[in-house]
Design a protein. Sequence first.
Length: 167
Amino acid sequence: MMTNAENKAVRKKNRLQEYDYSLPGTYFITICTKEHRNYFWESVGASSARPQEVCLSAHGKIVDEAIKSIHGYYSVISVDHYVVMPNHVHLLIQINADEYGRRMPSPSVSRIVQHMKGYVTKQIGFSVWQKSFHDHIVRGKQDYEKILDYIENNPSKWSEDKFYIEL
């Protein structure tokens, strides 16, 4: 965070200024829980768990359901890959164009995240989310492949993750 002349905290802008986040393209999104609390896995610890061995908690299953339903709410959006971690979620989403490459009416990335967070909050009964989220506009195949590899390997590297908090 930065500070202004009056020593008040000023939140750093985390979106590209002047960029339309409803444009067709691929976006890598990370959404964290409040205070990085571990809500989404049954057992959290430094293990060599592979993604298929991860057991989602009841809250984690709600998040998983919310992610899987995104395309049902927004037909122009596809979730290419995702992972539900103990205290955060990674999504690789695609805002699609029509078959001629033309832009179709679509929600912004912020709206998609807001909708998903709202659904999860309503189902759980309280908000587990921090205020904002991180996004990255995917720039090309090499960038996409690097992010895909990160998402797929994140659960097995949980103890090395920057969001790792041991209980």
